[in-house]
Write a protein of this length. Sequence first.
Length: 193
Amino acid sequence: MVDIETAGFIAETDALLEIAAVLLECDPQAGWRRATTIGHHVQPFPGARLDEAALRFNKIDPFHPFRLAVSEAHALNDIFERVRREVQAQGCTRAILVGHNPAFDLSFLKAAVERAGVKRNPFHAFSTFDTASLAGVAYGQTVLARAVAAAGMSWDAEAAHSAVYDAEKTADLFCAIVNRWDQLREPAAGAPG
């Protein structure tokens, strides 16, 4: 799972302000669940555009001294290193970015990678899983807050629009959908497989 909070909608010009990734694990009994969350507050890159409406919406002060923000390169290298280790441990070649409307997150991720000159991006260049679409099918809801509620989980509107919170809720939603699907796919006891 990846969630990115920004200072606008244009990946090439608007600041990436927060990034979070959630790694998953599969327990044979409990199914898919969150394993590790990695999150960073990010310093706006030099010359970045900061849209006031976006900052009011996500309530991020890019220059607050207690954000302890790091550079795009630092945030990406930390997340990518951990994702690459997990990809390797699972015997895969690329990670698939899972997100709620992931085209947005992937576009900002790619722009930041280019700006920062970061090498070895572990994420597939264009393949994603979209929890907005999956939740629309599974629960009849495409808005993250409504889909999380429809899945029977809590939603804290005050915590929303933080990359870590949104990534964790997106991960919980994705796991609920996949676990539900896995239960539906399992043949009934005694039924021919």
